[in-house]
Structures are given as C-alpha cells and as structure tokens.
Design a protein around this ligand. Structure first.
Ligand SMILES: Cc1cc2nc3c(=O)[nH]c(=O)nc-3n(C[C@H](O)[C@H](O)[C@H](O)COP(=O)(O)OP(=O)(O)OC[C@H]3O[C@@H](n4cnc5c(N)ncnc54)[C@H](O)[C@@H]3O)c2cc1C
Length: 426
C-alpha cells in the first residue's frame, strides 16, 4: 500500500472520535480519515435526553473533543459523508458522493438507529425518535409547544425522556409492555422502587400494557391499549431500543452475532475480515469477564472498545477493557452501575430510601456464585470506587458489613485483606 494510505474510520460518533484520538496518542503519524454521515462534528449522545432536551444552549457544549481538535491532530474529518459499501478484498470503501477511499485498516464505528414502530415510522407528524442531535432539537421544539406527551418504552431512554419532559412541566404518560421498568438491567425490587418514584413525580405509568393499535391523527396520536383503554396525546416519543447499524459489515460478509445482530469482534476489536475492526454500539465483543459476546450500548464501552481497537490496528499492546460501567440520570437519581447483571445475580441493599425522598441515596450489591459481580449506586456513585477492589471476590461473609450503610465503604474495604488479593473474573 502507498505510505499515505489512511486508516479509515467509518462513523464520526463516540467510538470513532475516541479511536482517532487514541491512534494519535499512540504515536500514529500516518493519515486518519473519519467519514461521518451526520453534519455535526462528533458529539456525546448521553446529554441528548437530559440537558440538551431541556436547553438549546447545551447544543454547542457536547463535542467529544474541543473545536479545533481534529484539525490540530490532522485527522481528516469528512462530515456528511456516508460510506455505502466496503470491499474488503481490495481494502476500498465507497462513499455516497462517489468517492472511493483506499484504506490500510478500517474501523467500523457506525453505532445504531432507533428501533422503529412500523405503524409510526420516522416522519410521522408529532411522533419522535431520539438518537441524534437533530432529533433532540426537533423534540425540544415540539415539547416547548406541547403540554402533554406519551412516551412509549420504559427503558433508560424512555425514562430519561419522561423525566426531562416532566421537569419541563409536561404531563407525561409512560407506556411499557413489560410488567416492570428496566427489566433486563435492574433487579425487580429496584424496578419496583423506581416505578414508585416515577409515579411520585407525577408521571402516569402504564406497566404491562400491550399496544393494540397506534393511530396517527391530525392533532397527535391515539394509542389503543390491549386492555381496551385509549390514550391520546399531541406528542409521542418512541423509545423502544436500538438496532445496530451493521449494513456495511453485513454486505461485506463480516460475521454477525446471531444473538444480538452486532458485528462480531474479538477482544481486540477484530472482525472476521482481515484489516477491519469494529467498536461501539454496532459491535458484539467478547467479554472475558463474562465469558460471552455482548453488545453493550454505553458511552464507556464505546470509549473502551475504541481505545482497544486503535491499539490493535497499530499492533500495540494495551490494557484490557475496564469493567463495564453505565450511568443514567432520571427523576432526581443519578444511577451508576458497575459490573454486569445476569439472571442469576442476587442482590442485597446497602441502605434504603423512600421512593419520594428528595435525594435518595443507597446501593444494591449483586453477587453471583457468592462473588461480587454488580453494584448499583443511587446518588452514591462515589461509593463504587472503593468497591472495585472487591469485584470478583467471594463476599458472602462480608455482606452484612458491606450492607451496613453506617460503615463508610472506603474504610471498610481498605481494612479487608480480601481487597488486596488479586480479583478473579466476575
Ligand atoms: C439519547 C441518548 C442518551 C444516552 N445516554 C447514555 C447514558 O446516560 N449513559 C451511557 O453510558 N450511554 C448513554 N447513551 C449511549 C451512548 O451514547 C452510546 O452507547 C454511544 O454514543 C455509542 O457510540 P458509537 O460511536 O458506537 O455510536 P454513535 O455515537 O451513534 O456514532 C455512530 C455514528 O456513525 C455514523 N454512521 C453510521 N453509519 C455510517 C456510514 N455508513 N457512513 C458514515 N457514517 C455512518 C452515524 O451517523 C453516527 O454519527 C445514550 C445514547 C442516546 C442516543
């Protein structure tokens, strides 16, 4: 390959921007081309359902890197450029504008798209999906004019959107087909606590509600529920999950994970095609701590996978991925989670707070086969730090002390011989 053949990053989002920066940090002097379908420089998505939805002044403050970073680092940022096909045999990517980009290595960081309800496709008047900054700006404008909103979906995104809307004074109805909130991510007891809190904040919550029909109308959407009830609102937000954007990889013959649809990658981010890597929401990566491939939709995971893939592209050794960490802000709760939830994880509470407390503060400690494997902190994120040392360790005998919220965790963990020993897998 000619010496100036670039590393190509497809997707100018969280993972793409972090990978480009890491390539430079690791000393790569060659060309880096980053092609992004959106017209915005890479930005952080977590604020879209939180501060950005409430305040237009935030739009310019969410860049992954400061303005001028890409030019300063000689990263060729091609915004509004969609890559339409990959030819792994010839190491060429074809763009919608007709350009063909030859690459030395390619990172797919294409993220995903909001899952769509077929009866309410994007573009249906008064129906909103939330994935991009443009989506958030449209929804914000609509919320400023509306008094009422129906949110379909009781996952993280639906709850955050409902929380922001309620904070802006809208009457909010949240519909979830499962009989609890965040069923896959939170233990049932915490899901119930959260449901109580959501109700206490004035949101009408419809759990276990199948939707029989969605009928777009001139002045909004009518939602007919399976139990016979009919709701109507001038504004509907559909937040029912994400479909990984894998079209390029699939058409190029890359292996996909049948369990979750993501582009399958190993621990280094390598796909099944030589010279092609993937990172972020679009990929399903082998998680050594859990012994399984997983598609993690999170800011931290996108950053970690980007860091590791960048090192692999340069053939540089790097630290393994950090333990999964995720946060969400909703209804006055900053919820942080460390580790991973599995169906066989058992939880114990450290502290408890009334669901209508102004600032509830407590934790749930999850063990799997007696070992600490998951911790959920509600307005207590600082307590996760000392706990890290105990992850993977047998803690059943310690649980009564760990769950006594009168005992400062930092001091308790420091005095434990267990914490000094090397941790095992989750
Ligand atoms: C509203 C919202 C709130 C969130 N809140 C949290 C949170 O509180 N905590 C948390 O941990 N995570 C949160 N997340 C998740 C987190 O933001 C994502 O996991 C992260 O952005 C994934 O990064 P990514 O680079 O994989 O994908 P993205 O950031 O989506 O970037 C992918 C980019 O690739 C582009 N692209 C796709 N295909 C092509 C192509 N063929 N050619 C060129 N460009 C292409 C897309 O246009 C997009 O710009 C939130 C996400 C959203 C949407």
């Amino acid at each position: 390959m000619p010496q100036d053949t670039p590393i190509l990053i497809v997707g100018a989002g969280q993972a793409g921007a972090m990978a480009a920066a890491e390539l430079r940090r690791l000393g790569h002097r060659g060309r880096i081309v980053m092609a992004g379908g959106e017209r915005h420089a890479p930005y952080e998505r977590p604020p879209l359902s939180k501060s950005v939805l409430a305040d237009a002044a935030q739009d310019g403050k969410i860049g992954v890197h400061p303005a001028g970073f890409y030019a300063g680092q000689e990263i060729e940022l091609r915004l509004g450029t969609t890559v339409t096909a990959l030819d792994p045999a010839h190491s060429v990517a074809h763009c919608a504008d007709g350009e063909a980009i030859r690459y030395a290595a390619c990172l797919l960081a294409t993220g995903g798209n909001a899952r769509v309800l077929p009866t309410l496709p994007p573009g249906t008047p008064r129906v909103h999906y939330l994935r991009t900054l443009d989506d958030a700006a449209r929804l914000r404008d609509a919320m400023q004019r509306a008094r009422e909103v129906i949110v379909i979906g009781g996952g993280f995104l639906g709850l955050e959107t409902a929380s922001t809307a309620a904070g802006l004074g809208l009457r909010v109805t949240l519909i979830e087909s499962a009989d609890r909130l965040l069923g896959r991510a939170l233990p049932p007891e915490l899901g119930s606590w959260l449901a109580q809190r959501v109700l206490a904040q004035g949101v009408e919550l419809r759990l276990g509600c199948g939707i029989a029909a969605l009928v777009p109308q001139a002045d909004g959407v009518q939602v007919r529920l399976a139990d016979g009830a009919a709701l109507q609102a001038p504004l509907v937000v559909v937040a029912i999950g994400l479909t990984p954007e894998v079209a390029l990889g699939a058409a190029a013959g890359l292996a996909l994970d049948p369990a979750n649809g993501g582009i399958q990658v190993d621990q280094q981010g390598r796909t099944s095609a030589a010279g092609i890597y993937a990172a972020g929401d679009c990929c399903s990566q082998y998680q050594p701590r859990l012994g399984a491939h997983m598609r993690l939709e999170s800011w931290q995971s996108a950053n970690e996978q980007a860091r590791i893939a960048a090192a692999a592209m340069l053939g540089v050794q790097t630290e393994p991925a950090a333990m999964p960490w995720f946060w969400t802000d909703q209804f006055g709760c900053n919820v942080q989670m460390l580790g991973a939830a599995t169906p066989d994880t058992r939880y114990a509470w450290r502290g408890i707070a009334a669901s209508d407390a102004p600032c509830p503060r407590f934790m749930l400690l999850g063990t799997r086969h007696g070992r600490l494997s998951h911790a959920i902190a509600i307005n207590a994120g600082g307590d996760l730090r000392p706990l890290r040392a105990l992850f993977g360790h047998a803690v059943e005998d310690l649980l009564p002390r760990l769950c006594d919220d009168a005992m400062p965790l930092r001091q308790l963990v420091r005095d434990l011989p267990t914490a000094a020993a090397s941790p095992t897998t989750l």
